[in-house]
Design a protein around this ligand. Sequence first.
Ligand code: GTP
Ligand code: MG
Length: 197
Amino acid sequence: MEITSAEFVISNTDVRKCPAGNLPEYAFIGRSNVGKSSLINMLTGRKGLAMTSATPGKTMLINHFLVNKNWYIVDLPGYGYAKRGFKGQEQIRNIIESYILQRPQMTCLFVLIDSRLEPQPIDLQFIEWLGENGIPFSIVFTKADKLKSGRLGANVEAYLRKLKEQWEELPPYFVTSSENRLGRKELLDYIESINKE
Ligand code: GTP
Ligand code: MG
């Protein structure tokens, strides 16, 4: 799929104020700093579209971007950033959970996983929660450019093995880098294939 246009529409803390209408939405979630906003910029080919930062906790709101005038990309705040404090983390958790549970337009949630790390309990718990709530999701391994290919493959395999303990059938998964655009075509083609359904 070609991206012909991508524009920021609105930022919200309240899911009820998200854009009206029935356009499908693809949302990006994961731990703070995993690379959600960078991936959105890479996919759309618009460098400054979503705000990124080397410091975790940059994205605090639900951000809607209209793509090709007929679907949305949604950038969500990251979870698990301890420095936000308990109350701050609770607030973010409420924003994330209300969006995920109360947004029927959300067609697929992309769960980003840092490809450099071994499976983290916080991500596995989050994925389990998605399963309990029947949320459609895919896995996106990020920052693949930071690893040699052997190590990358081994980490991805280890992750899939871990998921197989939880799931009979594995969700779709993608290996990406926002630095060298790895996985861009695969992800966009996947979104296009769902959009056509
Ligand atoms: P929050 O909004 O704080 O939850 O973070 P985020 O998940 O949106 O992460 P963001 O896109 O802001 O990126 C965090 C940091 O990781 C930035 O310094 C990015 O430059 C870096 N980064 C993101 N993706 C990649 C990647 O694919 N490769 C490399 N090398 N660095 C990346
Ligand atoms: Mg962000």
